[in-house]
Design a protein around this ligand. Sequence first.
Ligand SMILES: NC(=O)c1ccc[n+]([C@@H]2O[C@H](COP(=O)([O-])OP(=O)(O)OC[C@H]3O[C@@H](n4cnc5c(N)ncnc54)[C@H](O)[C@@H]3O)[C@@H](O)[C@H]2O)c1
Length: 365
Amino acid sequence: MRVALVGTGTIAGIHAEALRGLGDRVDLVAGVDVDGTLARSFCRAHGIPYAGTDLADVLDRTRPDLVHVCTPPGAHLEAARTALAYGAHVLVEKPPTLTLRQFAELEAASSHSGRHVAAVFQHRFGSGARRLRALHDAGVLGRPLLAVCHTTWYRSQEYFDVPWRGRWDTEGGGPTMGHGIHQMDLLLAILGEWTQVSAVARRQARDVDTEDLSLAHVSFANGCVASVVNSVLSPREQSYLRFDFAKATIELTHLYGYGEDAWRVTPVPGHEEEVLSAWHGGERGVPSGHKAQFAAVLDALTSGGRPPVTLAEARRTMRLVAAIYASAFTGRPIGAADLGPGSDFYERMQGAGPPWRIVARQEVA
Ligand SMILES: NC(=O)c1ccc[n+]([C@@H]2O[C@H](COP(=O)([O-])OP(=O)(O)OC[C@H]3O[C@@H](n4cnc5c(N)ncnc54)[C@H](O)[C@@H]3O)[C@@H](O)[C@H]2O)c1
């Protein structure tokens, strides 16, 4: 598989390393960045033969099968469209787009081109998450009753010095869109369709346009309810997921990635043997991360399947993010039917705007 990377900043380094880890399944052919100096030094550092500043031109010259989009979120749609129009498949970093409208445009571009677009949500791909999903799907754990999905991270004010961060128009939101989205995506990968969301969001402590924390409770079609917290104000950082099924509690505690020891299983008395033998019998040993997802993407593309995470699955996650903002900024519960093309929150994640004043960057300075 010939792969090109567009946007050669921080996360692109993780992509390049993870792709290298897949050995001769991947030929990393080009790196593209609007900043030519950055593109060249990135390509030199990672042994990539071609560096460029214009994606269309690089596609023409290097003919990749797959383009990884690692630009800031505001540039994802345009880069993906360019790659699809050329005939490449696309793997786009999170969040795939800034808005639900843009997301629909991305889906349309993918269908029109006949090429696949997948979204990066790497925490679905550790063996623990795969095992949990398989056990839940097989009914081993019983009905899911309650879930907790807390992303309590810490980002100082300096983190937001990067010009695209902390702004609705370039990042699409705060920790709900940019950080907790990973955990929420895994929550949805296990629990499926959500039906209603009630939320609050606050800009509590950072000089940003977006929220710096949100809290929600989410109802699911299967009857489960979940507590969701997304924060960048929490000095003791943690990514925490907890599922209380009828036969066991399953917990995942980590920060930016997990291995086997991040999982804890507590069966209901009387169900120990059944739950623990299923849990220990499943797939093991693969940590979550980009490499695990890239391997799954390559497997799908080489066998003619749809690479994960598909846009249909990513749409559900994006709609949960939009629902949290919609509930927080309108003060009422939001159902799936509330986020269609007529909604302000379809056009912009912040809808008609948060209750706080958006301060222009120059004023802040
Ligand atoms: N999956 C994860 O765990 C994870 C972690 C961090 C960041 N991300 C995501 O990765 C993306 C990039 O984040 P980052 O931290 O690497 O950002 P970054 O600012 O470090 O790098 C982005 C790069 O893209 C370049 N760029 C900007 N516009 C471009 C365009 N139109 N065409 C080509 N290049 C362009 C910039 O010059 C910069 O070098 C974001 O969507 C972010 O949310 C994902």
